[in-house]
Design a protein around this ligand. Structure first.
Ligand SMILES: [Zn+2]
Length: 128
């Protein structure tokens, strides 16, 4: 059983490892998650004082957060496959699985699914 706070902390740790930076996170072990009025807030410190960084629901849709969390590998928008044929140079790629030619970066694919998820923390749990 993973609590929502644990999910958030693991997700934040993963993105920081992948280069996501946010003012007031000087020490990942000091990052805390507080629940207030049913909303989850990320808190960090600037070395001296604890600061409220932002609401988790908002941070989850921060593009720089998503890039660090899911990565920027190119995938097929239909099947999520990464076996693509073609050239980046001319901007044409095609999925070898389903012949779809609409290619996204992984984070773009998942942010769409995240937006549709009923429970967003439950959704990101599978990636931490
Ligand atoms: Zn495909």
């Amino acid at each position: 059983m993973t609590t929502k706070e644990e999910i958030v902390k693991k997700a934040i740790e993963k993105t920081i490892k992948n280069g996501w930076h946010k003012k007031f996170i000087t020490n990942v072990s000091k990052v805390t998650v507080e629940c207030n009025d049913g909303k989850y807030w990320l808190c960090g410190d600037n070395g001296l004082t604890v600061k409220n960084i932002g609401e988790i629901e908002v941070i989850l849709f921060d593009h720089s957060f998503c890039k660090a969390f899911w990565g920027t590998k190119k995938v097929c928008s239909d099947c999520g496959g990464s076996d693509l044929e073609g050239s980046d140079y001319v901007g044409i790629s095609e999925c070898t699985e389903c012949d779809n030619s609409y290619i996204l970066q992984e984070w773009e694919l998942y942010i769409k699914q995240l937006a549709l998820a009923e429970d967003r923390l439950e959704y990101i749990k599978q990636f931490i």
